[in-house]
Ligand binder design. Structure first.
Ligand code: AMP
Length: 201
């Protein structure tokens, strides 16, 4: 006799919604940059049924393109029941709450949040929607994303390759990280992600 399909361990026991691991990139290059990142990290951790399961160092990054100011960049991992599009809405709301204006593409930005990827029971989610592409197509092209992501999820694979492979094959022009900022983004946040969902990436 076969068992009735029930919620797996990767479903929230209360809502039945799938539990996934989301990786979010944070960046700021104007104003109180550390404060912008810190507020965003706290806002992400305050989403419903969400736990921060990984938090990278903060990296100091040279501006790309026409941007003039140095960035601070980091990546956070969340275990969450929040679905991809509602999460994008939270990211945009957090950007607005820090005074983000969407004008120049490479212009100064108080806060830039990107949803890099989400992993569930089914593996990495592939989303192609007018408002959202997952995995984020820029992950493999930027060392300021790859390096913090490697800190917290070194075994992750993107586009069929490990993160260290993508980093090693980046052209010099895409290497913008100058070093690590001294302060931790969040006190007491776990550094590495150890989540069975990521096994085999
Ligand atoms: P930008 O702030 O320049 O990175 O662009 C943000 C816009 O990109 C948002 O309004 C989203 O609709 C769109 N977008 C598409 N895919 C993603 C993603 N994976 N993460 C964040 N924004 C995304």
């Amino acid at each position: 006799m076969s068992e009735a399909p029930g919620p797996t361990k990767a479903h929230d026991p209360v809502s039945g919604a799938p539990v996934r691991v989301a990786f979010v990139a944070l960046g700021s290059n104007v104003g109180e940059r550390f404060e912008h990142l810190h507020a965003a990290a706290r806002g992400l951790g305050a989403m419903p049924a969400t736990t921060i399961v990984g938090c990278s160092s903060i990296f100091e990054t040279a501006p790309m393109g026409a941007a003039k100011f140095e960035f601070l960049n980091a990546v956070i991992a969340l275990k969450t029941v929040v679905a991809p599009l509602p999460m994008l809405d939270v990211l945009l709301q957090l950007e607005r709450s820090r005074g983000r204006a969407r004008d120049e593409k490479w212009g100064p930005r108080t806060l830039d949040l990107d949803l890099l990827a989400m992993y569930g029971d089914e593996g990495p989610l592939a989303v192609t929607h007018p408002r959202l592409t997952l995995p984020h197509p820029g992950i493999t092209a930027r060392d300021f994303v790859l390096r913090p992501l490697m800190e917290i999820a070194p075994s992750l694979q993107v586009a069929g390759q490990r993160l260290d492979h993508h980093l090693a094959t980046l052209p010099k022009s895409a290497r913008t990280v100058r070093g690590r900022h001294g302060l931790p983004l969040l006190e007491r946040a776990p550094f590495g992600v150890s989540v069975p969902l990521l096994e085999g990436g």
